[in-house]
Design a protein around this ligand. Structure first.
Ligand code: ADP
Ligand code: MG
Length: 711
């Protein structure tokens, strides 16, 4: 991996086709080594980085309020000249600045932090002030947000048609004396010559077919637009580029995998898989059969499989994984299933032991909690190849775990793992197949963006035996009614989950709530058998309790979110989620997936512990309205934003600087298409037309080469 260049160490590269664009910031007029050092900390190394640091907003004359027309309570931006600045001493000293714009006077007031402002806000300075207007012996704004505008035409404040960029600010920027005003001064000269000095790296043909403006135009209009529409068009072009280069990276990674013909074909008659299918008490769904077909085709090919299996909770992913794993086992090789939690590992081990029994395969479990002696024994089984099917947690990734012949890696609940982790396991074999499973139904845009290098299979059908789930939210006043439900469920022989939130920060009090809840239920339902599980219960005991619940030896299971993944009790038909307003949307959906796993109707009650916020209310409403994982995922994505939704950092993929996944979703497919088309016509990007493109790609990704290698 290329080290990140230090400022000053990079001279303008002699061979650069874009001398202005790729110029190290240090050599940009008005920057110099000191500021370059600070910018380096912000990840800004070149003029291009500086130019792609777009304004946070614009001051548009057409949106500027006239002081003479202000009303109390309005939130406005006004532009004016400082007429007077004074410090008023008293109980609470304050700075008062009088601003005039020819239509009236406005006071700006600071009660704190005004000492350095006093220096700046001299009489005659032109500035834009934003805030909410109050009235006290005249109109005033308290602690307004300020922009100093030395370049605004002072004599004609009402003139329209000029837009001033306002840049992101912060300590670091200010330390480099690069507040908005400073940045405008540095950027303006760069922009002025842009039409000739900055060359577009996107081939004309791509720009034309996607109706995107040129790079120089976009850069100038993103910084100094004439109109808001221009600014937006410019931003869109630059967002398109971000998607484009990411897709180019994914496409190349994919192409590199496709070229590898030294993967191994897994050729078997499929006898064992058929034995398993025959032993199942139910028929596979059409979706399951389709997906198994897709996977089997991959296994038979000598191109390593890279496949994402997407299926909502309860769509039956486990048996699909088992049928893939057993094919490698029949071929004599090993497969490893990596899962995020011990409890899930144990559950999968249990399920797979039953599923694989007809072929005489005994899966081996490897987790952090098994004794070191037992662990050694199991590691030996794995190293010798005797263990064909291995299930484990992060423990599988550790140094001492070596495989004899790893044919395939399966990853469950993919969102819990980073790219690096999955790679670690893959590296323990020689180009093994890779199957990644996720219950987070990823909206299509996200799937394309983040998994563009994977093939995708979707389990879009739930097994018919699974029942319907009705969901409702209730307040504390309904508690008696809920107890009646629990009572009735018990009399029918149905099982009940009571789930409490567990937030790390308040872990103690949360555990307390679960424990108290457990005791209250024991008292309330003396004739029912109640169990309690949470993260602090030893894992053997936890598993034992869950097993009892699964077998119907318990009626009620009180738990924290430890049951979120995996545990499967078909007779569970009631779930009460306490303090539901505190849960995330995807989490609520995952939890609800624990019921409705057998025939008949199930009920999920979302209990409110406090008045829900607007967003919490939206989460609850979606839950009540739909059971469709995709709709829930879309909503969750919208409410939380993509970074949190996916744990973007974890994925090792760059966060976008300009593009916003939701707002710019429409750009993803075209950008992807453009990238694939270019690589198809010129896989090595050697055409003269593509030289600039290569250079830009490299510029954007040097610090992130691992992206090109992972996979
Ligand atoms: P998930 O996709 O959430 O991992 P599982 O693999 O745990 O789902 O399957 C959910 C439940 O559905 C399990 O109890 C499993 O045995 C059952 N199941 C899976 N496939 C079918 C099917 N085709 N018909 C009936 N039940 C099925
Ligand atoms: Mg599962």
């Amino acid at each position: 991996m290329a080290p990140k260049p230090q400022p000053g160490s990079t001279k303008p590269r002699a061979e650069s086709l874009q001398p202005v664009w790729s110029r190290p910031v240090q050599f940009v007029k008005g920057i110099g080594p000191k500021r370059a050092q600070v910018l380096h900390e912000l990840g800004i190394e070149t003029a291009a980085d500086l130019l792609l640091n777009l304004p946070r907003r614009y001051l548009d004359r057409s949106n500027i309020a006239r002081i003479g027309a202000l009303l109390e309570g309005q939130t406005v931006t006004v532009v004016g000249k400082v007429a007077m600045t004074g410090v008023i001493k008293g109980g609470k000293s304050r700075l008062e600045v009088t601003l005039t714009d020819g239509t009236g006077e406005l006071s700006l007031l600071w009660f704190a932090g005004w000492r350095f402002l006093q220096e700046t806000l001299k009489k005659g300075v032109i500035l834009a002030a934003s805030g909410t207007v109050t009235y006290f012996h005249g109109y005033q704004i308290l602690h307004p947000e300020l922009e100093i505008l030395e370049d605004w035409d002072a004599d004609d404040l009402t003139h329209t048609g000029r837009v001033i960029p306002v840049y992101p600010s912060g300590e670091v920027w200010r330390a480099a004396r690069l507040d908005s005003r400073g940045l405008r001064r540095v950027i303006k000269p760069l922009i002025d010559g842009a039409e000739t000095s900055i060359i577009d790296y996107l081939p004309q043909a791509v720009r034309d077919s996607h109706a995107q403006p040129s790079l120089p135009w976009s850069i100038s209009h993103a910084h100094f637009p004439e109109t808001a529409a221009d600014a937006e068009q410019a931003r869109v072009r630059l967002a398109f580029d971000e998607f484009f280069f990411l897709e180019l990276t994914l496409a190349r990674r994919r192409a590199a995998i496709d070229r590898l013909q030294d993967g191994r074909a897994c050729a078997t008659a499929g006898t064992w898989a058929r034995q398993i299918v025959d032993s199942l008490p139910w028929k596979l769904t059409k979706a399951q059969r389709r997906v198994i077909g897709e996977i089997t085709a991959d296994l038979r090919s000598d191109r390593p499989m890279r496949r994402l299996l997407q299926g909502d909770v309860g769509s039956g992913k486990t048996v699909v994984a088992a049928l893939a794993m057993v094919q490698w086992a029949e071929a004599g090789a090993q497969t490893a299933l990596l899962v995020p939690t011990e409890i899930l590992a144990e559950q999968h081990h249990h399920t797979l032991t039953r599923l694989l029994a007809p072929c005489g395969i005994t899966p081996v479990l490897l987790t952090g909690s098994i004794s070191s002696q037992e662990r050694k024994t199991r590691q030996k089984l794995i190293a010798s190849g005797e263990a064909r099917v291995i299930i484990g947690t992060h423990a599988l990734l550790s140094e001492g775990v070596d495989f004899h012949d790893l044919g395939m890696v399966v990853i469950d609940e993919q969102h819990r793992f980073g790219v690096a982790q999955r790679q670690k396991l893959v590296d323990k074999g020689r180009r093994p197949d890779l199957l990644i499973m996720t219950a987070t139904p990823i909206p299509r845009t996200l799937a394309l963006t983040f998994y563009g290098d994977l093939d995708v299979s979707v389990l879009d059908e739930k097994p018919p035996q699974l029942g319907r789930v009705r969901t409702a939210w209730r307040g504390e006043d309904a508690r008696e009614k809920i107890y009646d439900y629990i009572q009735e469920a018990g009399s029918r022989g149905d099982l009940t989950y009571i789930v409490y939130p567990l937030v790390e920060l308040s872990e103690k009090s949360d555990l307390r709530a679960a424990t108290d809840g457990y005791e209250a239920l024991c008292q309330r339902f003396p004739q029912r058998r109640v169990g309690l599980v949470h993260g602090r219960v030893k894992s053997v005991d936890r598993l034992a309790t869950m097993e009892r619940f699964y077998h119907g030896d318990l009626d009620i299971l009180v738990s924290t979110t430890v049951i979120e993944v995996g545990v499967d009790a078909p007779a569970a038909r009631l779930m009460v989620i306490e303090n539901a307003e505190r849960f995330g949307l995807s989490q609520l959906h995952q939890l609800r997936g624990r019921i409705g796993r057998g025939p008949g109707e199930s009920i999920c009650v979302l209990m409110l512990g406090s008045e829900p916020s607007v967003i919490a209310r939206e989460r609850l409403e979606v839950m009540c309205r739909t059971n469709d994982g995709f709709e829930i995922a879309e909503t969750d994505l919208r409410l939380r934003g993509p970074g949190e939704f996916l744990g973007t950092r974890q994925h090792g993929l760059p966060e976008f600087q300009i593009a916003e996944l939701i707002r710019d979703a429409i750009l993803v497919e075209p950008a992807r298409k453009a990238a694939w088309e270019i690589l198809q016509s010129d896989p090595q990007l050697t055409a003269p037309d593509h030289q600039l493109l290569c250079e830009e790609w490299e510029r954007r990704f040097t610090a992130r080469t691992e992206l090109l290698e992972a996979g």
